[in-house]
Write a protein that binds this ligand. Structure first.
Ligand SMILES: NC(=O)c1ccc[n+]([C@@H]2O[C@H](COP(=O)([O-])OP(=O)(O)OC[C@H]3O[C@@H](n4cnc5c(N)ncnc54)[C@H](O)[C@@H]3O)[C@@H](O)[C@H]2O)c1
Ligand SMILES: O[C@H]1[C@H](O)[C@@H](O)[C@H](O)[C@@H](O)[C@H]1O
Length: 338
């Protein structure tokens, strides 16, 4: 493709508005061609003064708008299946925010629909794969210098959760990042989940089981523990320590300047993901735009989205029952046209 990639952005909320800004001002090779949100004011606000962008209240109208070559889906998870299938029907490449589709049956329908096409079209927004620290950890583990990984200890804290957040969403929305990161870092599927429920924090909304401790077993015998705490009140913290046979490696400790003065050392703590993962979102979207312009998809795909949904679904059952819950993955459909 010689011209700019025209992107339709579906959903103009927190993430969608940030992706519109990124496509317009940060990323090269792309332009925002259309924005859709059922709330037209939100869509207009996200577009701001950007020229030649059409605004729609229906997602499909944005896909059919002039100059649209690709789609970025940033609507709520429940709307993703319809958006992905509509993009596939038009042969449009898609970058879809996580979770790809929150329930595994819907996620599998997306995998199967894509397998019936003549090429890959979907990339899923697991942006940690584009974070510098996660990439360094991945290279270290792949290089084998530390021996086989035995455990991952993960911490995932948000200052506060949005009003619609449920106890299940700690697993399906928040821990979906660790599910994908663990599969990617270890190169193994997750085979069972157990969820422990500590006493809920007084800082959490009434009835929300927050925090939770989620334990995954992998098919290769490693164990991954994730502390998820979405109303910690003090900062956005994401850490991961890999413990291997011949050493350990830790990421997520410090991202900003540390100021030492008068016998005290201080470091700023990011307050949300848009700050902590700013570079990762930029790299993710730039990589997607570059690959899409060459007619390729290189990032995490629909199978990764499905696997994350299936593992998260087992996690929700484990949360509800208190029991260790095996993960069952459907057979991976083969592509009709390789
Ligand atoms: N990668 C990350 O770190 C990250 C961070 C935050 C959110 N997300 C994901 O991004 C998505 C959006 O989250 P958010 O925080 O921006 O939510 P949000 O509620 O702020 O925004 C969602 C927007 O989508 C609109 N919308 C609803 N149905 C729609 C439809 N059918 N078509 C188009 N727009 C529709 C809503 O009106 C709203 O403006 C979710 O899937 C969420 O999990 C990812
Ligand atoms: O949708 C958001 C997003 O995925 C963030 O990266 C995560 O930290 C939050 O817990 C989740 O609610």
């Amino acid at each position: 493709m010689s011209g700019l990639l025209g992107v339709a952005v579906l959903g103009a909320g927190h993430m969608g508005a940030d992706h519109v800004r990124r496509l317009d001002r940060v990323v090269s090779g792309a332009r925002v061609a259309a924005v859709a949100d059922p709330d037209p004011e939100r869509a207009e606000e996200a577009v701001g003064g950007i020229e030649k962008v059409t605004v729609h209240t229906e997602a499909e109208a944005a896909l059919d708008a002039p100059g649209v070559d690709a789609v970025l889906v940033a609507s709520p998870g429940e709307a993703h299946e319809e958006a992905l299938l509509a993009a596939f029907a038009r042969g449009l490449p898609v970058l879809c925010e996580k979770p790809m589709v929150p329930d595994s049956a819907g996620a599998l329908r997306v995998v199967e629909a894509e397998a019936r096409l003549d090429r890959r079209l979907a990339q899923i927004g697991f942006m940690r794969r584009y974070d510098t620290e996660y990439r360094r950890l991945k290279s270290l583990l792949d290089g084998g210098r530390l021996g086989r990984p035995l455990m991952l200890h993960c911490v995932h804290r948000n200052v506060s959760s949005p009003p619609h957040f449920t106890s299940s969403m700690l697993v399906t929305s928040s821990v979906s990042h660790e599910i994908d990161a663990a599969r990617w870092l270890l190169g193994q599927e997750l085979s069972a989940v157990t969820v422990l429920r500590p006493r809920p924090s007084a800082g959490a909304p009434e009835g929300l089981l927050d925090p939770q401790l989620v334990l995954f077993e992998t098919e290769g015998g490693a164990v991954v523990d994730v502390e998820i705490f979405v109303n910690c009140g003090f900062g956005y913290e994401v850490r991961c320590e890999a413990v291997c046979e011949a050493g350990s490696a830790r990421i997520g400790q410090a991202h900003t300047m540390v100021v030492t003065s008068a016998g005290d050392a201080r470091e700023e703590v990011p307050q949300d993901y848009l700050v902590r993962f700013a570079d990762a979102y930029d790299r993710q979207v730039q990589t997607w735009v570059d690959a899409t312009r060459r007619g390729r998809v290189t990032g995490p795909g629909s199978w990764d989205g499905y696997a994350a949904a299936a593992v998260a679904e087992a996690g929700v059952r484990a949360l509800e029952t208190g029991a260790r819950t095996p993960v069952e993955l459907a057979p991976r459909p083969s592509r009709r046209h390789p």
